[in-house]
Every structure is written in structure tokens, then in C-alpha cells.
Write a protein that binds this ligand. Sequence first.
Ligand code: NAD
Length: 319
Amino acid sequence: MNPKILIIGACGQIGSELTHKLRSIHGKENVIASDISYNNLDVVNSGVFEILDAQDYTSVKICIDKHRINTVYLMAAMLSATGEKYPMKAWNLNMDSLFHVLNLAKEGFIKKLFWPSSIAVFGPTTPKENTPQYTIMEPSTVYGMTKQVGERWCEYYNKQYNVDVRSVRYPGIISWKTMPGGGTTDYAVEIYHKAIEDNKYECFLTKETELPMMFMDDAIKATIDIMDAKPETLKIRSSYNLSAISFTPEDITESIQKHLPDFKISYKPDFRQKIADTWPNSIDDSRAREDWNWKHSFSLDDITKEMLTNLKQLKEETA
Ligand code: NAD
């Protein structure tokens, strides 16, 4: 099957980079980008773009029909920190959008579906170190609840209706092209921007808060790898644990100081600390490594080098 792809939520932190990568692989005529607004002109101007509300079933169906789509990446969601401010909006967006694409897949309009879950499915009662694939999951955020329930529905649609849905539990994603969209791990992106702009950063988490993280290139690779995997190799149809590295704000500061020795960090934990405290420190992703050969590439120091080099260049270009 030659993929004809629709990305929903293509203007966001991950969707935007996924759109560019998929367009470079499959040709821009085969990758339709969509979002609820034109909030990323790079994406909007790099190929076919549709304004599409992921909560509007009819519009999603018409778009799929119009472009003869067979593969969908659903990247629209409300993330953890914003979700705590608007719990019902987060629930409605995250669940409606998933049900719409699952039902369109069940009805045969979509052949293959990617939907990301998150480490937010875990909660305060989950083992924090090397969190296993199968473990206690009592998420305490609305966002985490939507991801956990979403996973159950993905597995259900796969088992009951043979829907080919694939998923990974992304950790915090670090990237320099697009700002993150309201998550608890956003500090690990902001810190690099502030390092370049002001040589200092006030962190909303404590210095010892350790969280699982990943560079965007690794996240995009994982997304494409799981979508390319033979269906019979994918034994998990809820969502795979996915991991690269884990670090604290103190670790990232030390990594930045190797390039900017005068960089200073201060700490002022806010409501996001409570969310971070319920999430794992590190993740066991051996099932992803066994089933579809997942392997990450970027260490913390690699990420720091990429982030600082690219943000510095961007600053010089826009100066
Ligand atoms: P983001 O907030 O940066 O982007 C989401 C995009 O969805 C935005 O462009 C927004 O305009 C769009 N959107 C919002 N409502 C919409 C609607 N009704 N219809 C269509 N589009 C709509 O999010 P992201 O960081 O790119 O995350 C993508 C996916 O990955 C989400 O499911 C998220 O839960 C998951 N995830 C992200 C991270 C991370 O660190 N970024 C970590 C774990 C999981």
C-alpha cells in the first residue's frame, strides 16, 4: 500500500517535524497536513494544508475522502499542564478526536493509524525506576487519564475490529524548531532558549526532578519505525513504552555549562511540580526494542549541542 497520509494537529511541536519528515520520504503530494489553525507557516506553506477540527467527525471524514487518505497520524491533543487548567476541554478534545479516527478505521476509511500516548499514563503508585510495560497505572491528571483510556480503546478496536492502530508512550520531547504546547516537560526546551537569550533560566521544577526525555529526531524515528513495522511483529496494541534518556534540571544545567560556563539556573517550582512528581524517573522500553528494533541515538550532551548550535544560528539569522 502506498501511503496517502493525513496528519491531524500538524502545526504542533511533534506534528510539524513529522510533517516535514514524512513529506521528504513520501513526497509532499502524499502527505496532507491539517490543524485547527494556521499556527505554523512552515508547515502551511510546505505542501497541501487543510484547516480541520479533529473534534468534527464529518469534516475529518470528508477530508479523508477528498484526499483518498489511507494512513492517519493523530497528533492533536491538549497536553498535561494546559489540561489541568481546562479539564473538560482536555477530556473532550483528546477522546473525541481519538474515537473519530478509530471509528473511521473500523468503517474501513483508514487502513493504518498512529496515535501517541505518553508517560503521563503512569501515576504516583507506579514504580518510578525503570517503569515496566505492564504495571500499576493510576494517572492523576486529566491528560494522563485520556491517554490511559485511549490506550484501552486502541487495543479494543484492534482486537474487536482488526483496526491497525499503533502507539508509543512518548517521554518529554526536546526540539528547537517549534515551541512545546503546554506540557510538564516543557522546561527542557525553554531552558535552551533562555540560555541563548539571557544566559539564565528560572525552572518550574526542582533541581532533582528526574524525568524521561527524548530528542525530537529520535521521537520522529520511533514514530516512523513503528508505522513501518510488519503488523504481526507488533504484539502490543495499547501503547509501547519508549525511552531514550532520563535527567534532572541539574543535569541539563551541567550539560549547558560545558558550552556556556556562566549559565545560571534558579528554581521556582509551580503546579507542574506536582504533576512531575507522579511520573516515572526512567522507563523500561525493552518490548519496543525487541518487537520492532527501537533504538535511540541522542544522549543529553548530543541534545545540548544540537539545541544550542541551532538556536544560536536561528538567533543570528533573525537578528
Ligand atoms: P502540541 O500542543 O504542540 O500540538 C498539538 C496541535 O494540535 C497544535 O498545533 C494545535 O493547534 C492542534 N489542535 C488542537 N486542537 C485541535 C483540534 N480540535 N483539531 C485539530 N488540531 C487541533 O502537541 P505535541 O507536543 O506536538 O504533541 C503531539 C502528540 O504527542 C499529542 O497527542 C501529545 O499528547 C503527545 N505527546 C507529546 C509529548 C511532548 O513532549 N511534546 C510527550 C508525550 C506525548
